[in-house]
Design a protein around this ligand. Sequence first.
Ligand code: GDP
Ligand code: IMO
Ligand code: MG
Length: 425
Amino acid sequence: MGQTTVLVGAQWGDEGKGKVIDILTEDAQYVVRYQGGNNAGHTVVIGESKYILHLIPSGILHEGKTCVIGHGVVVDPKALIEEIDLLIEQGISCEGRLKISDKAHVIFPYHNKVDELRESKRKGGKIGTTKRGIGPCYGDKVSRVGIRVADLFDKEYFRSRLETNLEEKNPILKAHGFEELSADDIYKTYLKYADRLKSFVCNTNQLLNNALKAGESILFEGAQGTFLDVDYGTYPYVTSSNSTAGGACTGGGIGPSYIDTVIGVVKAYTTRVGEGPFPTEFDPVMMEKIREKGGEFGATTGRARRCGWFDSVLVKNSVMINGMNEVVITKLDVLDEVASIKICTAYEYDGKVYEDIPGEVGFLDKCKPVYEEHPGWLRDTSKATSYEELPENAKKYLDRIKKLIGTEIKLVSVGKSRKQTLKVK
Ligand code: GDP
Ligand code: IMO
Ligand code: MG
């Protein structure tokens, strides 16, 4: 790991980023979220305790590390306060080491309502969003009608922006049978939230650049995954931010020349929550088996995740898009009982073979995966204490993945806990 490392999900999210961040935090002074919001759900298991972080960087579980919510994140203050309070209940204090950017945009109840409304009215298939108001909030930001954290402290400005926004949103909500929202209620409630969060708010760009100058190390925690990125992903079945490595600069607050290393987190198979194309999706029997063994249920919404074979076309592209230097392979243990394992090496569509992903809408829906098949290892890997101890066929599977995606494997994860992590020499 260099002084500045960006960690990103290589597939459609839930690759196990939370676990890997927790491990890499040992070597970092700052952990920074740079995009997304409380649509994310990052799980960290320490001993008997399980923590699910939505907005607060997963580094918060390490004492003495500073955790930053950068300006590229969209902040739902209610959700954030609930998360801070839940951590307090679990014996973890954010005092003095959680920093929230004054430039981050704020999620308001009308964003959640519009999210819900759009999903219910969308002709030709919903996106399957988390309904956390993420898309509408980023929409307002780009349309220049958003309200930022700093704006909450300028009461007059805040009130006037809020009223203008409600004048626009309320008629839309009403026309679609939703209840109108009261500016007064939101204003009062959000002033209380602002008061509670005040001590955490600062200019995080300055903070991080000062840290760089002082030689301290920074770890950027990507949320979602490469193919949920609004530019690189399977549009429109994506989230509304840049979840790829470049987002760390635009949403985290440091210049591109400061990024030393990009690490991708890659699940040993593939999952996706919500709608959208998924070429290697399992048949129902295999789906059930892997979902159960892998505990593939959403950490944010509890929805059952769709599961499928490893797709090397996706991940190879992910390595390219993010400029990954190395990857961490997670959840290898979930494949322990699979006798024959498939890897997708290309797509076939209309008699042609593709090794990349054309932009054509619906392309992935139409193409058939080209598979190669590998014998499974049919042994428990979750107790392995070193990479060398892994069964031969497991190592062969990892070697094949490495060759197909064209990058080094740094770590292999074989279970939820910190110690179930193997270093690849
Ligand atoms: P994230 O959003 O990328 O942080 O991933 P999630 O936390 O949403 O989902 C990953 C899930 O897999 C969590 O329940 C983790 O505890 C679990 N997990 C992470 N690594 C491993 C692993 O190597 N093996 C197994 N069996 N579970 C893992
Ligand atoms: P982490 O960080 C998996 C998906 C939603 C939906 C699409 C758009 O835990 O990996 P949104 O609410 O963002 O507008 O939904 O993106 N999605 C995720 N899927 N992991 C996540 O985060 C996700 N965050 C959003 O399911 O398909
Ligand atoms: Mg998750």
